[in-house]
Design a protein around this ligand. Sequence first.
Ligand SMILES: [Zn+2]
Length: 408
Amino acid sequence: MKQCRFCGAGLERTFVDLGMSPLCETYPSAADLGRAEVYYPLHVFVCDRCLLVQLEQYQSAEKIFGDYPYFSSYSDSWLKHAERYCDKMVVQFGLNQQSFVVEVASNDGYLLQYFVKQDVPVLGIEPAANVARVAVEKHIPTLVRFFSTQLARQLADEGRCADLVLGNNVLAQVPDLNDFVEGLKVLLKPDGVLTLEFPHLLRLIEHNQFDTIYHEHFSYFSMLTTLRILEAHGLTVFDVEELPTHGGSLRVYACRTENRTRDIAPSVRKVTVDEDLAGLASGEGYDCFARRVKDTKLALVDFLVTAAQQGKSVVGYGAPGKSATLLHYCGIGKDLIEYTVDRNPYKQGRFLPGTHIPIHHPDRIRATKPEYVVILPWNLKDEIMEQMQFIREWGGRFVVPIPTATVH
Ligand SMILES: [Zn+2]
């Protein structure tokens, strides 16, 4: 039997079974199209003992992140989010030239660049070499390594413990959760602060965001499990913010448990009570999700089939990782979505995995004037609708697939 990544209990309760899907961050080129693609199950379990929602890891992290095509700096709203975070941390925790900030999974330096601008010393840790290189070119000190307790001990031995350690959207992608969280604590100065941002499982469930489930995301966190995991490693959560990013995220603030100087904010209790009311405190509370996911599929397929029957042209916008799950689970191919576009030059000229829907430059939409544009990264829908509002010139409409297909 499969075992829980955190507590080791056997996994028996299905959260949702999304069938088979290829690895979502592999974008085949034209030359790859004749080759076989490997599909893995997307069968998500919830641990009956600790309630961690999780997916089995099928591929080594090294393989997934060796040449990772996700560059954070391609999203304007994400950059603004990062800048606001830096300003807030500098003020709230009095960071200055004597402080030290470490970001785990620092990507292309999209966030640390704002600390650098304020003369706060930083270190990024990023395993994907091609992404880390971009950060180094921007003069952001970056270690090309996977984060682990061993690496944290090495930095601690060199006297490089941090006043602020941060990890944004990384916890889900950690194969060895206990080793990773232990490392975060080791890296903290005695009075240091840890912040972690991750999509909130409560929002995933409420808004049917099943497409945020993919092979690169091994774990899905509620506040209840996060408290439990951090506590097991000597970390206490003293504050939490609910953020609109990625369809609804949490930003938790934690310190070493032995640091008794911080009061626990009321928001910590508020979020755990919300989860309790939604049924997330017991295994049975997770059982209703699968049926709602199926309803979302039926609504989207119904829309696309009707549009096709009426001879309307439908294209996509964006080629995010989540589109692989959405399209495979719903059985949508080139016959229903002709092509998609993406601002990331790495993806242009390539294809979505499995479905082989071609990815073009966004200008393609202006040239072909489709009737419907399906926004695949629906978490950025406002930003995308604003950038692409010119489709109104020929009567084009936007389609947002999640939580249920709607036309805008
Ligand atoms: Zn467990």
